[in-house]
Ligand binder design. Structure first.
Ligand SMILES: Nc1ncnc2c1ncn2[C@@H]1O[C@H](COP(=O)(O)OP(=O)(O)O)[C@@H](O)[C@H]1O
Ligand SMILES: [Mg+2]
Length: 251
């Protein structure tokens, strides 16, 4: 594992973020005063019960949703200052997402699904295809390069989704329960793969997961409950027994 001293620059700096959905009597406050910092190259697992605000927080950090108040900086860029029309380009250059569902394009092969994102992130066609082949090799699916999503298993599709998030080497990856739709064994492998490949590339990764078998692979585990950051629940926090590890320290 790597260490991230306080001198390592921040990839993510979330300060006092609140998110309110709706307005008037129907308003619902999904996040309250969330402070969340992640150093460049750090790997953080976010844990919390259903409805606690995990997806909302990832969506705000991923520039898919805007915070109601508070500040969100990614690599020192204040994302509130980005205009709506600037967001898609910023998002696609800086951020890779892995969702619960795989979100692959049904009509494209595994290789083209990966290469397309690599191209979106600025690679030439040749470089994108080469990167797709390298990633297919790394996820153990080189022999399935020409299959379409429907011709792959759930676990294989999520592997392709991980390769796609990594394609073009975005500095940040957010993964939202990437294994929720998989059985325990396949799910474990997929998240472990994301962690391993993210580390290899020095990518900053925030992954929402309930898989306590991989908690030891994180630099830090952060809990969230009722829209607030908390020490993770001891019963789910694995080897660290509920402690939020200071940056750079490992169980
Ligand atoms: N678009 C929305 N409108 C209203 N409420 C929402 C919306 N999105 C999420 N919420 C509510 O915010 C809370 C947090 O949701 P979410 O971030 O999806 O939780 P988690 O991912 O931890 O399960 C939930 O109570 C959810 O119902
Ligand atoms: Mg969620």
């Amino acid at each position: 594992m790597t260490t991230h001293s306080s001198s390592t620059p921040l990839a993510i700096d979330v300060r006092k973020v609140t998110k309110v959905f709706g307005s008037g009597p129907l308003a619902f406050q999904a996040l309250t005063d969330v402070d969340f910092q992640v150093h460049q190259g750090e790997l953080v697992m976010l844990v919390g019960p259903s409805g606690s605000g995990k997806t909302t927080l990832l969506s705000i950090m991923g520039c898919v949703l805007r915070a109601t108040s508070g500040e969100v900086r990614l690599f020192d860029i204040d994302v509130a200052r980005l205009k709506d029309r600037q967001l898609p380009a910023f998002r696609s250059a800086a951020i890779g997402f892995v969702f619960q569902g795989h979100n692959l394009i049904a009509s494209l092969t595994a290789r083209d699904n990966i290469a397309m994102i690599s191209r979106l992130r600025g690679r030439s066609a040749r470089a994108a295809n080469a990167e797709a082949d390298t990633l297919l090799e790394k996820i153990g699916l080189a022999d399935k390069a020409r299959r379409r999503p429907a011709e792959l298993s759930g676990g294989q599709r999520q592997r392709v989704a991980i390769a796609r998030a990594l394609a073009g080497e975005p500095p940040l990856i957010f993964a939202d329960e990437p294994t929720a739709a998989l059985d325990a064994h396949a799910g474990h492998d997929v998240t472990e793969l994301l962690v391993t490949l993210g580390r290899e590339r020095g990518t900053t990764v925030v992954v929402v997961t309930h898989d306590n078998r991989i908690f030891h692979l994180a630099d830090r585990i952060v809990g969230i409950e009722d829209g607030r950051i908390v020490a993770p629940d001891p019963s789910t926090a694995g080897p660290a027994h509920g402690v939020t590890f200071p940056t750079g320290a490992h169980p």
